[in-house]
Design a protein around this ligand. Structure first.
Ligand code: G3I
Length: 455
């Protein structure tokens, strides 16, 4: 029992009893006994500033009446009575431990429990359980031959704060996560809305950060009025031409590259072109038409075709390279999205995307990298082992990218800053930790993997 609790009780007990017995009611035959209530166990913990393997535990429990406090340090040593002051406990072996404070009084027992993760390869006890990076190197400084990109939103660049701080410190390129797509920039016929796009582009230009335009044409971000277009096919084509010309012209000299067409290839057998409204109303050569209009609007802008599963599907990869070959000199680069997992696709399949792009003399953009640590939903937290595997995959992807010839390099863009912002959480509906920063913007081991891939 904490000594100070006993003194507190002794101090208030006479007053408490006196108050109860002097209630002015001459019939009262003694003090009113207030039944004890449970006292909530509460403690705080921190890592010793002088030793990363020492945990500092501070019992913050408070309550009326006497109670007993005992610790379970989670290392199999049983219960230890709480002593006055801060408890210092060593954790020298790797693992995950449950530290508990048990507080009991006449009313019963309460427990406070916190998880401690130890990974000596990451320095000892992990802050907030995140055995992440201790690196102070900036990604953009370490990647001297290509842009290191991430995504953003107008609300985030307008708000500033940690998101902007990390973007500016670590990244040399930005992509709009969703606000530079047709459904946002062209919400109704004849009515453009570049408000959000302007905010993002201006942030990039004002901070010397490359802006990658994503994505002019995408069946998944096409406004309803376009999908339900009531005019003739030639009027439809004229509308699309106007949209591409207006948009690319607006950002000429500000946007260095555009995904002109995104995800035009169907996942079905044979990987045909998706039967989008663009294909239906403009024909199979709609892709070439869109690239031509973008080229005409800004001859200096790098034009990309962007798609997913380029590594995991050889069929889709082949279909993509056929589109690329048909475009001839209208295309400058391939955008391989790279939404992958810690355990796949294989290094050789990722390498095949790079090889096919390089052999065509095109730029390669690993455009939307995230690496699922929980693809089979078999984890409830990012374990040290899974974090190591994710780190290794980041390293592998960066090594592949960093090894292509200089002329074929453009950017490696990660699709999100911190784990809890990833689109994957809603898409798959279960926990995952696919990015390089944890929910508090702490650098994870994945960040170190990216850096190691550059060495
Ligand atoms: O922020 C608004 C919010 O204010 C509003 O209340 C809410 C309801 O309308 O919408 C919110 O915007 C949503 C936005 O994500 C932010 O959450 C958009 O509706 C939603 O369409 C948008 O989804 C984006 C999606 O592309 C479609 O544009 C995802 O963020 C984005 O991660 C995802 O990214 C795509 C790539 O562009 C292409 N490759 C696949 C990748 C994942 O789908």
């Amino acid at each position: 029992m904490k000594i100070k609790n006993i003194f507190n009780i002794l101090k208030v007990l006479p007053i408490l009893l006196l108050t109860l017995s002097c209630d002015g009611d001459s019939d009262n035959d003694g003090p009113i006994i207030i039944p004890p209530t449970r006292v909530q166990a509460t403690f705080e913990m921190s890592i010793s500033p002088s030793d990363p393997n020492v945990l500092l535990l501070d019992n913050k429990t408070s309550g009326i009446g006497d109670f007993i406090s005992e610790w379970d340090f989670g290392q199999g040593d049983g219960l230890v009575q709480d002593l006055p002051g801060i408890e210092e406990v060593r954790f020298d072996t790797d693992g995950t431990f449950s530290v508990r404070l048990l507080v009991s009084n006449a009313a019963g027992l309460t427990v406070d429990s916190k998880t401690v993760v130890v990974d000596n390869s990451a320095g000892g006890i992990c802050p907030n359980g995140n055995c992440g990076s201790t690196s102070t190197s900036a990604l953009k400084d370490a990647a001297t031959t290509f842009f290191v990109g991430n995504i953003t939103r107008s609300s985030r660049v307008n708000a500033g704060g940690k998101h902007v701080e990390v973007l500016k410190s670590d990244f040399s390129s930005i992509t709009s996560e969703y606000e530079m797509k047709m459904n946002v920039m062209y919400p109704s016929q004849g009515n453009y809305d570049f408000t959000a796009a302007d905010a993002i582009v201006n942030f990039g230009v004002n901070n010397g950060i490359n802006v990658h335009g994503h994505a002019l044409i995408w069946h998944n971000a096409t406004p309803d009025w376009v999908n339900d277009f009531t005019g003739t096919d030639s009027e439809f084509e004229a509308m699309v031409k106007d949209y591409i010309t207006t948009t690319v012209t607006r950002y000429k000299g500000k946007i260095g590259s555009w995904d002109v067409v995104n995800e035009a290839i169907d996942d079905g057998s044979g990987n045909p072109l998706r039967n989008s409204v663009f294909k239906q109303k403009m024909g199979d050569d709609y892709i070439k038409k869109c690239f031509q209009w973008a080229r005409d609007a800004d001859p200096d802008c790098l034009l990309f075709y962007n798609d997913y599963n380029m590594a995991s599907s050889s069929g889709k990869r082949a279909a993509m390279f056929k589109i690329v070959d048909d475009l001839g000199d209208l295309i400058d680069g391939v955008g391989a999205q790279m939404h992958i997992s810690y355990n796949g696709p294989s290094k050789s399949n990722i390498q095949a995307v790079a090889n096919g792009t390089v052999s065509r003399g095109l730029k390669l953009h690993f455009a939307e990298l995230d690496i699922r640590a929980n693809p089979n939903n078999d984890q409830t937290s990012l374990t040290s082992q899974r974090a190591d595997a994710q780190k290794a995959k980041f390293k592998e992807v960066v090594q592949i990218y960093n090894s292509i010839p200089l002329d074929n390099k453009y950017a490696l863009t990660v699709w999100g800053l911190k784990d809890n912002e990833s689109w994957l959480l809603d898409f798959w509906g279960h926990a995952d930790w696919p990015l390089m920063y944890d929910d508090d913007y702490n650098k994870k081991k994945a960040y170190d993997g990216f850096l190691e891939g550059l060495q």
